[in-house]
Design a protein around this ligand. Structure first.
Ligand code: NAD
Ligand code: DAU
Length: 353
């Protein structure tokens, strides 16, 4: 089988390509990636010379290029997107272009070329925030609350429409928050690990009691591979880890794992429209035989170990002017003395589903 992976130079896409090549020794992989600030071929330097792997630099919005590539593949795993909520608050337009329009370009080309499978990688964020005690099921209506999740929900609607209208064999995956090797250092876990290693403050938004479900990227890749092959066409599947934790709890564990003092934890001005809690029901995917292999602690321990062992990768990124400019825009004012909101006086605890 020949698989077109979009966004394969990104965090999850690169882990998925490595997984596909190892798991399926006869598969060929074409990686289409624009190499935005988030894309980085060093993530794939170990597979770059593999004869079953090919890289094409290009934009998923380029219909001529996409049409050409689509005629040469059997299946698509679509990861390419603008992915960071904080950046969506600064420039929502880029998210609509890539996540919505780019997905449409891929769908149209996939339909015209007659691809046998289109795995669309969506997110738990399409459900919006979920009240305590509840978990999102696949048939719950979308209720996105920020420009990133709204774009991802828009993309999903297009995917479903192409299935309903043209019978395109799509499967939608909704993973939770991934952690693991090669995540860009502007996302929270790598940002906090790399800041802590530099004895810089860890900027926790608001009171830090927002709940996320932490999924180790290898577990996600296993689930995505299963859905690529065995997901029912036209269906959506949640990919939860069952590792629900408050952000401040996650932060304290990182500090502990790194042997750094709690004084590095800094409560800062909240993210506008910050979703309080995500939590998905995983029954549907479990019936296909998948279960995550990593507990919260294992996922964080392995992630921390990887960043300690791979300074070559992230030190180069955080030294770029692109990263420094972003960091200043995002945190300079927040971290100025006198800007921090008082932390919640609640007892911080682990939340378990
Ligand atoms: P990432 O930001 O690390 O990588 C995105 C990749 O897409 C980059 O390599 C980038 O260069 C590429 N890209 C961006 N715009 C493009 C365009 N117009 N054409 C071609 N390539 C383009 O993202 P990630 O964290 O690996 O996320 C991958 C997918 O998984 C996304 O669709 C995201 O919405 C989804 N997702 C991510 C998480 C998470 O925790 N990271 C959780 C759930 C869902
Ligand atoms: O839930 C899945 C989503 O997870 C994916 O769909 C997105 O692509 C992925 O980027 C991630 O969402 P965010 O963009 O919100 O990830 P981020 O790492 O920025 O934030 C995770 C949580 O940590 C969130 O509650 C905000 C908080 N946070 C984040 C940063 C960067 C902080 O408290 N401080 C920070 O400095």
């Amino acid at each position: 089988m020949r698989v077109l992976v979009t966004g394969g130079a990104g965090f999850i896409g690169s882990n998925f390509i490595r997984f596909l090549l190892e798991r399926h020794p006869s598969y060929q992989v074409v990686n289409l990636d624009k190499l935005t600030y988030a894309g980085n071929l060093e993530r794939l330097r170990d597979v770059a010379s593999n004869p079953r792997y090919e890289f094409v630099q290009g934009d998923i919005c380029d219909s001529a290029l996409v049409g050409h590539l689509m005629r040469e593949v059997d299946a698509v795993a679509h990861f390419a997107a603008e992915t960071h909520v904080d950046r969506a608050l600064m420039d929502p337009g880029a998210f609509i272009t890539t996540d919505v329009y780019g997905t449409y370009v891929l769908l149209r080309a996939a339909h015209e070329a007659g691809v046998k499978r289109f795995l669309h990688v969506s997110t738990d964020e399409v459900y919006g925030e979920v009240p305590p005690g509840r978990s999102s099921r696949e048939d719950d209506p979308p209720a996105p609350r920020n420009p990133y999740s709204a774009s991802k929900a828009g993309a999903e609607m297009q995917v479903s429409a192409f299935h309903q209208t043209y019978g395109l064999p799509v499967v939608i995956a909704r993973p939770a928050n991934n952690v693991g090797p090669y995540q860009h250092p502007e996302k929270v876990v790598p940002l906090f690990v790399t800041n802590a290693l530099q004895d810089l403050p860890l900027p926790v938004y608001g009171d830090g009691r927002q709940v996320r479900d932490w999924l180790y990227v290898e577990d996600n890749c296993e689930a995505l591979d299963l859905l690529l092959h065995q997901g029912t066409t036209g269906q959506a599947y949640n990919i939860p880890a069952g590792n629900l934790r408050e952000n401040v709890y996650m932060t304290r564990l990182l500090l502990k794992l790194l042997g750094k003092p709690e004084s590095l934890l800094r409560f800062v001005e909240d993210r506008p429209g910050h979703d309080r809690r995500y939590c998905m029901d995983g029954t549907k995917l479990r019936t296909l035989g998948w279960a995550p292999r990593h507990s919260f602690e294992q996922a964080l321990e392995k992630t921390v170990a990887w960043y300690l062992d791979n300074r070559w990768w992230w030190e180069r990124i955080i030294q770029t002017s692109q990263f420094q400019d972003y960091y200043r825009a995002q945190y300079e004012r927040r971290l100025r003395p006198g800007q921090a909101p008082p932390p919640s006086n609640s007892v911080h605890r682990a939340e378990r589903a």
